[in-house]
Design a protein around this ligand. Structure first.
Ligand code: SF4
Length: 284
């Protein structure tokens, strides 16, 4: 962000540095990213092409190569990205459709639907499970404690949560009592996410937690089995599975290690996107 007011700019820089340091403190890592990253890395400009929404995943998506932590699996030729104009025209219409949706049992108990936040032109998308109480109240994903942690993780990558990433969920309505969404609720809501992802056309998706991993990758493997390994969504788009921020917030010795692992996963994403590589050093 640039501004004519040097004090405002300094305050903004200090805020960014603070969230960066807070995440590294929480994740047990130290080290500074060599900013700035290339402008094009996280917010690519889509070339003009007709919008193409894939409704049915190709078989390759289900059988995506397992990949390794360092080597993304080979992806099939990607569908042409939608024109930015189509993206910006269709996404608000899709959000409006979602706002009046009654396809599943979550509709009667929601306060409002929760579609997305961030930049739909971003090359990096985070997908979580579903709205909680704060999100249901505000109509935006990841605005509670887990969302604040996610923003610190994003800032630690040298990115702006508003400018450089797009954030959404598997289901758009809050499951009562913050329970997990049922399979039929996920199945009812997935077409919205599929169209969202086709329109945003990210280079990388970060799947946060078990529900996002299972729905995007059609796998029963738990997050501890797949985190840190590149996968493919619909055989085309790279997916990095990692822990959900709400899991990382639970105070226990496992969570300290999980935060380090989550940071390792995000570093792989940074490498793939050509972002400046930080050199975090584990404390122990
Ligand atoms: Fe519709 Fe999805 Fe909400 Fe269910 S969760 S009512 S499918 S928007």
């Amino acid at each position: 962000m640039t501004t004519d007011d040097p004090r405002a700019e300094l305050a903004s820089l200090a805020a960014s540095l603070r969230v960066y340091l807070e995440w590294h403190q929480e994740s047990g890592t130290i080290g500074f990213a060599r900013r700035p990253r290339p402008e094009t890395a996280a917010a690519e400009v889509a070339p003009a092409a007709s919008a193409q929404v894939v409704e049915t995943p190709p078989a390759a998506a289900k059988d995506a190569a397992p990949g390794t932590a360092n080597d993304p699996p080979p992806a099939a030729a990607k569908d042409a990205p939608p024109a930015a104009e189509a993206r910006h025209t269709r996404l608000p219409l899709l959000a409006a459709e979602v706002a009046s949706c009654t396809r599943c049992a979550l509709a009667p108990t929601r306060t409002q639907t929760v579609f997305a936040r961030g930049n739909p032109d971003a090359a990096l998308v985070f997908v979580g499970e579903g709205p909680g109480a704060d999100e249901d109240a505000q109509g935006l994903p990841f605005v509670g404690r887990a969302g604040q942690l996610l923003d610190r993780m994003i800032a630690a990558m040298g990115l702006s949560p508003e400018r450089d990433v797009y954030v959404c969920n598997i289901v758009k309505c809050r499951p009562p009592g913050n329970r997990k969404p049922e399979p039929e609720e996920i199945a009812a809501c997935m077409p919205y996410l599929q169209e969202q992802l086709a329109l945003v056309h990210p280079r990388v998706i970060v799947a946060l937690g078990n529900t996002a991993v299972a729905a995007l990758l059609d796998t029963k493997l738990g997050i501890t089995k797949v985190r840190g390994q590149w996968k493919l969504y619909r055989g085309q788009t790279l997916v990095m599975p990692t822990y959900h921020p709400s899991y990382l917030l639970r105070p226990s010795p496992q969570q300290i290690e999980a935060k380090r692992e989550a940071w390792q996963d995000l570093q792989l994403v940074m490498k793939e996107l050509g972002l400046a590589a930080p050199a975090p050093t584990p404390r122990s």
